[in-house]
Design a protein around this ligand. Structure first.
Ligand code: TZP
Ligand code: MG
Length: 224
C-alpha cells in the first residue's frame, strides 16, 4: 500500500446521510446532551457541535459529554466533529473538525489535527470548490440550499446551484441551509451524499422524531 493509501485507510470512515448540527444557541446549553442523544436515537449518522458563543472550556465539556454518549451506546460508527475550534479536535471521542472559509486554511488545520481525524470544509462557490484538496479535506458542506433564519444574510444556492457545485466536488458533499424532511430528497437528488440541519432537528420539540423523518426522506430519495 502506498503512503497515501495508508493515510486514507487510517482516516475514519463516515456517513454524511443525516448530519445533525447541535447548536446551543438554538436548543440551549442545558439541552445539548439530551438533543444529541435524541438525534442518535432517531438515526443521525453524523453529529457536529457548533457553539459560536461559549469559551473553549464550555465547548470542551459539551464535546466530552457528546463523546461519552457515543462511546456508551451502539452509535460508535457515527462521526462527530466540532465546528471551528481546531484545537479541540484532539479530545478523545471527537473525530475531527469542521472549518469555514473565514477560519484557518485547511492545510494548516490538517497539519494540526493529524492525518486520521476528519476535516470538513464549508464551500459554496466554484472558486472554493476548485481549491479543495481531497488529500486533506474529507467532505464539503455547501449552502444555504434553501432560505434559512439561521444564516439569513447568505445568498441562497437553490437545488440547481447545489447540483452545479456537486459536479465539481472531489469529495462527498453535504447540503445545508433550510433543509427539512420535505425538501431533503431534493438535496440528495442534486447529488449530495447527505443533508445537514440545525433548526429542523435541534429547534423542535421532538428531535428524535424529526431525525427519523430525515432518515426516511433520504432513504426514499435514494431509492427513487
Ligand atoms: N451554513 C450554511 S446554512 C447554515 C450553515 C451553518 C445554517 C443551517 O441551519 P438550518 O437551521 O438547518 O437552516
Ligand atoms: Mg467556521
Amino acid at each position: 500500500m502506498s503512503k497515501k493509501d495508508q493515510v486514507m485507510a487510517s482516516r475514519r470512515h463516515f456517513d454524511l446521510s443525516v448530519y445533525v448540527i447541535i447548536d446551543p444557541s438554538i436548543c440551549g446549553d442545558e439541552r445539548v446532551i439530551e438533543v444529541a442523544r435524541a438525534a442518535l436515537e432517531g438515526g443521525a449518522t453524523f453529529l457536529q457541535l457548533r457553539n459560536k458563543h461559549d469559551p473553549d472550556n464550555v465547548v470542551e465539556k459539551q464535546a466530552r459529554g457528546i463523546a461519552e454518549v457515543l462511546a456508551a451506546s451502539s452509535f460508535s460508527n457515527v462521526g462527530f466533529v466540532i465546528d471551528d475550534r481546531v484545537e479541540l479536535a484532539v479530545i478523545p471521542g471527537v473525530d475531527g473538525v469542521h472549518i469555514g472559509q473565514d477560519d484557518m486554511g485547511f492545510k494548516e488545520a490538517r497539519k494540526l489535527i493529524g492525518e486520521d481525524k476528519i476535516l470538513g470544509l464549508t464551500a459554496f462557490t466554484m472558486e472554493h470548490y476548485k481549491k479543495v484538496d481531497p488529500d486533506m479535506v474529507d467532505y464539503v458542506g455547501t449552502g444555504p440550499v434553501f432560505p434559512t433564519m439561521t444564516k439569513p444574510d447568505k445568498a441562497v444556492l437553490g437545488v440547481d446551484g447545489l447540483a452545479k457545485l456537486v459536479k465539481l466536488a472531489p469529495v462527498p458533499v453535504v447540503g445545508i441551509g433550510g433543509v427539512t424532511p420535505n425538501n431533503a430528497g431534493e438535496v440528495i437528488k442534486a447529488g449530495a451524499q447527505g443533508v445537514a440541519m440545525i433548526r429542523a432537528v435541534v429547534g423542535v420539540d421532538d428531535p428524535k422524531a424529526a431525525t427519523r423523518e430525515f432518515v426516511n426522506a433520504v432513504m426514499e430519495a435514494r431509492s427513487a
